[in-house]
Design a protein around this ligand. Sequence first.
Ligand code: OAD
Length: 246
Amino acid sequence: MSGEAEIEKARRILNGAKSLAVFTGAGVSADSGVPTFRGSSQDALWGKYDPQVLASAWGFQKDPKLVYEWYSWRRSQLARVEPNAAHLAIARLQERSGAVVMTQNVDGLHERVAPAGARVLRVHGTILEDRCMRCAHWEKVDLNSPPNLRMCLECGAGYLRPGVVWFGESLPEDVWEESQQAARECDAMLVVGTSGQVQPAASLVERAAGARAKIVVVNLEGGLLDEYATAALHGRAAEVVPRIVD
Ligand code: OAD
């Protein structure tokens, strides 16, 4: 856990911001029991599974049932989790200062506690919906009874796949535009629970730092994004974020 001086520095940055942006990754949901992809945890998904197989259009084309079943397993996990103290503190920041939240997470946990009308920009899409491989059809899924692999009933020509962004795919254009703008225009950015290893999402931090925003990084361990940090706090998001927000 970080020292009081660093906590105080982070508090001052968040309180003094005129335009605040928040950028999060899997680590913000770790304290809710959602596994991260990387990091030192033994549960980290990409330590156990191959992202080329399970998180690429190539993998889905090769074995759609295997890939879809893996997402069904993740959906069942998400049916049992709740937002944690970090999500709640970030929602208070949104309420208090109109902070825009940009998240790489597909789990919907920020959205569940965000104040009405607040922006949560999902740069990697959502696991709470499926979309057709062929047409523009999207549909919600019930996390409590995730559906099986099925064809799209709108066009009848394509499988439905999870509405997440896979490796090699473009980010949703409008969301990405808005995120880049928020990164350019903020004067402080709170970065929580991301390894910073996945581009272009992680470039939002570099972009904000390049525009002279102050950067507060909260992460369990040191990582790539500490390079941009005005204040770097190492600890669990659910403990550290409420301390610097309140
Ligand atoms: P990663 O799994 O790469 O990084 C999560 C970070 O959170 C690691 O640095 C961990 O050390 C840290 N961490 C773990 N537990 C924490 C806790 N309790 N509090 C604070 N930090 C903690 O996750 P992302 O950076 O989000 O893509 O990964 C980026 C993308 O890679 C994801 O969006 C996903 C994945 O492939 C898609 O789903 C499209």
